[in-house]
Design a protein. Structure first.
Length: 94
């Protein structure tokens, strides 16, 4: 799956599985409840912003150090009650 732009719900959990960032991506469940869960994310030098409000965020991995073009340009967690990365996190700016 390729993600582009904004993936949004309001107060509902998002489970995205593995994906490639086709452009800068914001994943949001709004200001209230709603968890974000993803599989491995191939960043392809794009920015990733996660907004889980009072929900939690669990991400398998973001980018890969080899090749460097798989890294995210920026990785931002705007809000989350708890954030867990279970694998590699590769970004030029965190």
């Amino acid at each position: 799956m390729t993600l582009n732009g904004t993936v949004a719900t309001t107060g509902t959990n998002l489970d995205l599985g593995a994906a490639t960032l086709g452009a800068a991506v914001t994943v949001t469940t709004g200001a209230g409840a709603g968890d974000i869960t993803t599989g491995a994310l191939t960043a392809a030098s794009n920015a990733l912003t996660l907004v889980a409000g009072t929900g939690s965020t669990t991400v398998a991995s973001v980018g890969n150090a080899i090749p460097a073009t798989d890294a995210a340009s920026t990785l931002t967690v705007t809000s989350s009650s708890d954030t867990t990365f279970t694998g590699v996190v590769s970004a030029a700016d965190i």
